[in-house]
Design a protein. Structure first.
Lengths: 416, 962, 85
């Protein structure tokens, strides 16, 4: 693997960049692997990286239906944070933030990791209470959160001129989460892909898994693809919205439903927002990319969806909420919008787990799963390599549903 | 007149002069001009500097496709990143170039161009890693971002309008107008929307004939006819920018023509959509194809024909298809010297043109503007230089399939036109004319009529004949050579970048787009994306359809956030709900809180000189020692009536209600089917099959939906009516040991405990007003909740205040209520019931009437509790330091260590009656730990607190029952 | 913004409706009689295939009817709307 550095870049400039080679191979598909990872998205690639790097396993195929990094890792809003509420969740995300902080060096690929912090704008007393509870619990696990006055908030985000006493939701306070960061999502996918390829893991794009096969004993024997059957005793699904599509080919039903979440960016503007701004009461968040685009996300659509589209009223509400706080952005223009589908578990917490099908593993239920990529990869790799859950992922097994012992991060149950 | 303005011709009004400024220079134009045509008429060649290399750039297009030029507007209409080809010129525009410092003509940033070899596509992924990205990020950020963010909100408003129509026709070119006419004549409800200043599409820029006369005469007749018909809505400067599900098309109307209205967003729900969106001309990628003076051929044609502007003196045409031949003739007719027509196709003939068939432009010369081009035979051969200041390029035409694609219609590659064209539709729609790849004029007119006829089931009407121009093309995507050849001008992506991406494994079209950022700028690659596909196909030995297209994402062109939000602006969105007493509270100086579901209620009523705690103590003491009153109007109330009313309530709530006698009520909990607490409240029995159920303010609507869902989905055979009375009965509640005395002065009801016991409900007159009085208590004191009609609430309130004056009846807010309920250990949704607990956790097993059989949530509660996992249980906490404030939400950890918590503080108040702070907590196995000391862990210290039963006041409940 | 055909009010925009979640099979008459596993399955596992799935919507800002809708969650095509289960 050619090392990336400014010197190497300069050397290649002399040869007009004609000597750079592929960042990953396009190998022949073998008929047999130790492990098949389904999905070359963030979680699949990160799992492969940990399997190779930490557990020394490289006879692995990562099978991708389309192009690598083309799922939710290409569609999210790149907010990395650990301001969760529960003891079960916080350590996991703290670990993930740590991984992200050093990912550029781990991968020798600039992920443009920008640890700029996130500010939560609080507009109801219930939310003030919620965030105080988070702050005090996060402190137990080394995640940082700091209350801000409204004046401090406005100093930190001068463009935030709305939310005054006469607004529909006056701002009551704020909390600042200095651990939060944004980075370049494509670079994370490509950096992992390049690194695992160099360690011998194979990535096969345009190789959709059509079914999971089981032997007479019920255990997984491999996967069917249009390029032929691939034998493996361990198959792990990291396919977001399509988890149930695949698990049901092995006769496995899971407490997941697939929903659509959309996001959008504005035209590029000169730097005007230096932190991630999250408004949980209004249900929007935004940050400004290094290219100058405002990257904005909102609520999920109601109802299940495999559509990757935009529901107009959800979108309008998100824009209206943003303009409530940033009235000067009314003349700013929408440049691009898109949707992505994700699966959400019955209790809205993730699943990293073995299943009732021996040899079949799942990493699913990632709702805001971008920030979980490195830790999710570690935990799934640990489970695949050792057969036992990683301590950080113990709460996220499927077992919890047997006795309805939910991890209720959102503090409420899902709609029913 | 502006220097490059022709003496005559074009669709501008030369009699009127509009003044504007560009970078401080005074200029003039005319009504009918766009900013772009006016700039060109004034001889402006450079309007911007490019994003990455700071190369000078001019206007290259004439419409939404503009691939290079962006400006900023200052003054009252301030906005950034404005496309000058889409902006009608208006008086007083103050236009600024962007990206040039100190000016676009002399840009110091252009030194970046000197290092350009160091910064190919994706260079930043390979460097800036040591010591850390944060060292470089501020500089990189500063370089990005084009225009500055606006400083203030614009004056004026936006609005949204809903529209429904049988047919929505997008595009008012020949095919769209013909479609709209056909539909209008068939009396269908028609909407015609077009992004241009006036209707006509490409006819505005061309000299063709329809029906034996000038095409624009036909357009004028068509527009006039549509205007007469009441079943037609015709909008110009209105872009259909997004197509959602179920025929919903979003339209941004930029000139709604109403004072104070900036823009109007339309949600159009159409039975059928006709995409008559035309086609977009492509650039050919060759070294120096970005030099000011290089333009799309169609744009140059538009400037001479439509706007009477001569964009230069001596032109070369470079084309791979027939359409630019027409442009050559129009330029010559406008007095532009025609140096050569370079056509990459072998064997093409045009006797009237200086044609060089089988040649291509190898590169362009010039510094800030075009001075000449080098041409050579396509297969190789001696090169020659031609001097010129204009180069009109046509790489062929791409149907504008964006809307079709957004609707989920698929595309197929057509070799005959070397472009992707619409394939089967996914929603009720049809593409017509050039948008369907039918470039002949007569054919376009026909296809517009045919599509409408097919949808409406009509015979196809006769359509006019038009001048025909042949369209033949032999693809030529790029001309390799020395120097930068741009596939995306706004993002400065070159041919070499695409090749590098392919070499490094990013050859999949979506990877190439992301790795190079080609097609991701403000123009979204309208002129260049197909070139990228063609170039990748060439590199990979594939056909363009094997390479495939990237997703067409909304919006078609950038849309202001203001018009998207429309009327959803300001405090009128989701307004507060007020009780009839809000005015009184505010006049008394109450601090108002949101109490849930947007209801505003008093938090506390401070008196002059009082601290917050003094106020709350005073209000709480009034309840414990005297008499107080509070506004309970927002409380949720449902009437549940019918033979199966009892079954519904016992199914939905945990308690037993069959044993209730009429006139009595019982507290119960409502669970989700997951066995977690969802709501709580008291339900009264009015008669055998009539009940009143109260629920929390915040959940009032959700409870109604929940009950109806049970009835309509699960138990349709049950005969029950559920009626929301939240807004029909509103209460004022008086509470405190003296409450009975005060109320007795206003009513004839027998208030004795024997006649009107705790949890009783009585109907009668209070202060002469019809009332339902409930003896419930959320404070632990004697309490009467007096429900009256909303219009009577003020009268009741006033009467109670007067009657209680001798006892100094005290209005109290939610802060005092909170203290009082904590003292009693009453649960509060959002505090103790945080969505994770069941009734047993809260010590409310008594409310679980398991003998009555199944009810919602029971199965799950029992299943979960069988797992044997320890549960967090409600306890009281007494801090060892009586003044210590245990913050709500603070964790309790084993031994106060920084580790996973074993519980949390759910509430902590200063109890005036106990003279100390007390709290409630959820604690693992809490009920077995009474009298033990636990540690509340704060970041900087621990607070030791003793675990006690969760009731601090009147544990037997004698006061509220007495 | 879906267009849902309320059987009582006609075609109406999604903003008039409240979403009621995936439509489960009918609630067991006596949940105590079924196994833990079956109860958990009924409670937590929705139908989630790429294609038509049943879901519940209430025309809450209209007539108040609770509807069962079969919607193809890949295309948004509405195959059926009926009152009640």
């Amino acid at each position: 693997m050619a090392r990336f550095s400014i010197l190497n870049l300069a050397r290649n400039a002399i040869s007009e960049h004609r000597n750079w080679t592929e960042h990953w191979r396009t190998p022949e598909l073998k008929s047999d692997y130790d492990i098949v990872l389904v999905g070359a998205g963030g979680h699949g690639l990160a799992t492969a990286w940990h399997l190779a790097r930490v557990y020394g396993l490289t006879n692995i195929a990562v099978l991708e239906a389309g192009w690598l990094g083309g799922g939710n890792i290409a569609r999210n809003t790149v907010t990395i944070r650990s301001n969760y509420m529960r003891d079960e969740s916080i350590p996991f995300y703290v670990k993930s933030v740590e991984f992200f902080d050093r990912l550029t060096k781990d991968l020798n690929f600039n992920t443009m990791h920008s640890k700029r912090g996130m500010v939560d704008v609080l507009q109801t007393w219930g939310m003030v209470r919620d965030r105080r509870r988070r702050r005090l619990t996060m402190d137990l696990h080394g995640a940082r959160y700091r209350p801000l006055s409204v004046q401090d908030l406005r100093r930190m985000v001068p463009k935030l001129t709305g939310g005054g006493p006469d607004a529909r939701m006056p701002i009551l306070g704020a909390e600042f989460h200095p651990d939060a960061a944004v980075n370049r999502h494509d670079a994370v996918a490509w950096g992992y892909a390049r690194a695992i390829d160099a360690m011998g893991v194979e990535i096969h794009q345009n190789t959709p898994v059509t079914s999971i096969t089981r032997g007479a004993d019920g255990a997984v024997t491999g996967v069917e693809t249009p390029r032929g059957f691939v034998r493996a005793n361990k198959v792990a699904l990291a396919v977001s919205g399509h988890t149930t599509t695949l698990s049901e080919t092995a006769g496995l039903r899971l407490p997941l439903r697939t929903i659509n979440l959309s996001a959008f960016v504005s035209e590029p503007l000169q730097p005007c927002i230096d932190v991630v701004v999250n408004c949980p009461d209004l249900g929007i968040y935004l940050s400004q990319s290094d290219k100058g685009e405002l990257v904005i996300g909102g609520a999920t659509d109601l109802g299940q969806s495999f559509r990757r589209d935009v529901k107009q009223h959800v979108f309008e509400d998100t824009v209206a909420a943003m303009l409530d706080l940033f009235p000067a952005f009314r003349r700013v223009k929408l440049l691009r919008q898109w949707g992505g589908h994700l699966d959400i578990a019955h209790d809205a917490s993730p699943i990293i787990s073995t299943t009732d099908v021996p040899g079949l593993f799942v990493s699913a239920g990632w709702w805001g799963g971008y920030k979980a990529i490195p830790a999710g990869g570690l935990c799934l790799a640990h489970l695949l390599a050792t057969g036992t859950p990683h301590p950080l992922a113990t709460p996220f097994g499927l077992r919890r549903f047997r006795h309805l012992e939910y991890v209720l991060e959102a503090g409420t149950t899902t709609a029913r | 007149m502006a220097p490059e303005r022709l003496a005559e011709g074009g669709r501008i009004d030369r009699r009127r002069v509009l003044r504007f400024r560009f970078d401080g220079r005074e200029m003039t134009g005319h009504p009918g001009d766009t900013l772009a045509s006016a700039l060109l008429a004034n001889g402006v060649r450079i309007v911007t500097r490019s994003f990455k290399y700071h190369r000078p750039r001019g206007i290259m297009g004439s419409g939404a496709e503009e691939p290079a030029a962006l400006v900023a507007l200052a003054g009252s209409a301030a906005q950034g990143n404005v496309v000058p080809t889409m902006l009608p010129l208006t008086e007083g525009l103050d236009v600024r170039s962007i990206h040039g410092w100190p000016s676009v003509r002399f840009d110091l940033g252009a030194v970046a161009g000197l290092f350009s070899r160091l910064i190919p596509a994706g260079f930043y992924y390979k460097t800036f890693m040591w010591p850390d990205w944060h060292l470089f990020e501020p500089t990189i950020r500063k370089a990005a971002g084009l225009a500055p963010a606006p400083e203030a909100a614009p004056e004026g408003r936006y609005e949204t309008r809903n529209a429904h129509c049988d047919l929505l026709v997008v595009g008012a070119g020949p095919a769209g107008l013909m479609a709209a006419l056909t539909a209008a004549r068939a009396n269908a409800r028609v909407m015609l929307v077009d992004e241009g200043i006036e209707a006509g599409g490409n006819l505005l820029a061309r000299k063709v004939e329809i029906d034996g006369g000038p095409a624009m005469d036909w357009v004028a007749r068509a527009v006039a006819e549509l205007a007469q018909r009441p079943n037609v809505t015709h909008l110009q400067q209105a872009t259909a920018w997004g197509w959602r599900e179920h025929g919903l098309v979003m339209v941004q109307q930029r000139a709604p023509g109403h004072p104070g209205l900036i823009e109007r967003g339309w949600r159009v729900r159409a039975g059928h959509v006709i995409c008559a969106t035309g086609a977009i001309e492509r650039m050919i990628v060759f070294p120096g194809n970005d030099r000011p003076g290089v333009m799309l051929a169609s744009a140059m044609q538009a400037y001479v024909n439509r706007w009477g502007v001569r964009p230069g003196q001596r032109a070369v045409i470079f084309t791979n298809n027939d359409s630019a031949h027409e442009v050559a003739r129009d330029l010559r007719a406008a007095g532009v010297e025609l140096a050569a027509v370079i056509d990459s196709r072998e064997g093409v003939e045009a006797a009237d043109l200086p044609l060089r068939a089988g040649y291509q432009v190898q590169r362009s010369f010039g510094h800030a503007g075009l001075r000449g081009v080098e041409i050579a035979p396509v297969g190789g051969g001696p090169a020659a230089r031609i001097n010129c200041d204009l180069l009109a390029v046509s790489g062929g035409w791409t149907p504008a399939v964006h809307l079709h694609s957004q609707s989920r219609g698929s595309l197929r590659w057509d070799d005959a036109i070397a472009a992707f064209r619409p394939d089967p539709v996914a929603q009720s729609s049809a593409s017509v004319g050039a948008a369907d790849g039918r470039f002949g004029m007569t054919q376009a007119l026909q296809s517009g009529a045919e599509a409408v006829a097919a949808y409406l089931g009509l015979a196809v009407p006769d359509t006019p004949r038009a001048t025909e121009q042949p369209y033949n093309i032999a693809p030529l995507w790029s001309v390799p050579g020395k120097g930068k050849a741009f596939v995306d001008l706004m993002n400065d992506v070159t041919l070499d970048d695409i090749a590098l991406a392919d070499r490094e494994g990013y050859g999949a079209v979506e990877h190439a787009k992301r790795y190079t950022t080609s097609g991701m700028a403000l123009d979204q690659g309208k002129t260049g994306n197909v070139n990228v596909i063609g170039i990748l196909a060439g590199l990979q030995g594939k056909t363009p359809d094997q390479v495939g297209v990237t997703t067409f994402r909304a919006p078609y062109t950038p849309v202001s956030f203001g018009s998207i939000a429309g009327g959803k602006a300001g405090p009128g969105v989701l307004p507060f709900r007020h009780t009839p007493l809000t005015g009184w509270h505010m006049a008394k100086g109450a601090v108002m809180y949101e109490a849930g579901a947007r209801w505003r209620r008093p938090g506390y009523y401070p008196r002059a000189g009082e601290s917050f705690q003094q106020t709350v103590d005073r209000e709480a003491r009034a309840v414990r020692e005297g008499v107080a009153i509070y506004d309970g109007a927002p409380l949720g109330v449902y009437a549940i009536e019918g033979p199966d009313a009892l079954r519904l309530i016992e199914h939905a709530c945990t308690a037993r209600y069959g044993t209730l006698t009429p006139g009595m009520g019982r507290y119960g909990l409502m669970l989700t089917e997951d066995g977690l607490i969802f709501d709580d409240g008291v339900t009264f029995r009015l008669s055998e099959d009539r009940f009143l159920m109260s629920c929390s303010t915040g959940n009032a609507d959700a409870v109604g939906l929940h009950l109806e869902k049970i009835l309509q989905i699960d138990r349709p055979d049950w005969r029950v009516h559920v009626t929301n009375l939240t807004h029909q009965w509103m209460n004022a509640t008086i509470c405190g040991p003296l409450a009975r005395d005060v109320l007795g002065r206003l009513t004839d009801m027998d208030l004795s405990t024997a006649a009107f016991p705790f949890m009783g409900l009585r109907e009668g007159l209070v202060a002469g007003l019809p009332a339902r009085v409930a003896r419930v208590s959320f404070t632990g004191e004697l309490s009467y909740e007096i429900n009256v009609l909303p219009r009577d609430l003020q009268s009741l309130w006033t009467a109670l205040l007067q009657a209680g004056a001798p006892e100094q009846i005290t209005p109290i807010g939610s802060e005092a209520n909170h203290v009082l309920r904590v003292e009693k250990g009453f649960l509060s949704l959002g505090h103790e019931a945080d969505g994770t607990v069941d009734p047993y956790d809260l010590g409310m097993g008594w409310a679980m009437a398991r003998k009555k059989g199944d009810f919602i949530g029971l199965r799950s509660v029992l299943l979960r509790r069988r797992s044997g996992q320890p549960r967090r249980e409600l306890v009281g906490l007494i801090p060892e330091d009586p003044g210590a404030d245990m913050p709500e939400g603070a964790p309790i950890t084993p031994g106060g260590k920084r580790m996973a918590s074993e519980g949390l503080v759910t509430a902590c108040v200063h109890s005036a009656s106990l003279g100390r702070r007390v709290g409630l907590a959820l604690l693992v196995d809490g009920r077995t730990r009474i009298d033990k000391v636990v540690q509340v862990r704060l970041p900087d210290r621990c607070i030791a607190a003793r675990v006690v039963a969760p009731v601090f006041h009147d544990p037997e409940g004698l006061r509220m029952r007495g | 913004m879906l267009l849902l055909h309320c059987p009582f009010c006609g075609p109406r925009s999604e903003i008039e409706f409240s979403y009621g979640g995936p439509a489960a099979l009918p609630r067991p008459d006596d949940p105590a009689q079924i196994s833990d596993a079956d109860w958990v399955d009924w409670l937590t596992v929705p139908e989630n295939r790429i294609g038509p799935v049943p879901e519940r919507w209430c025309h809450s800002k209209g007539c108040g009817a609770w509807l069962t809708v079969r919607r193809d969650i890949r295309t948004h095509e509405i195959l059926e709307v009926r009152h009640g289960a």
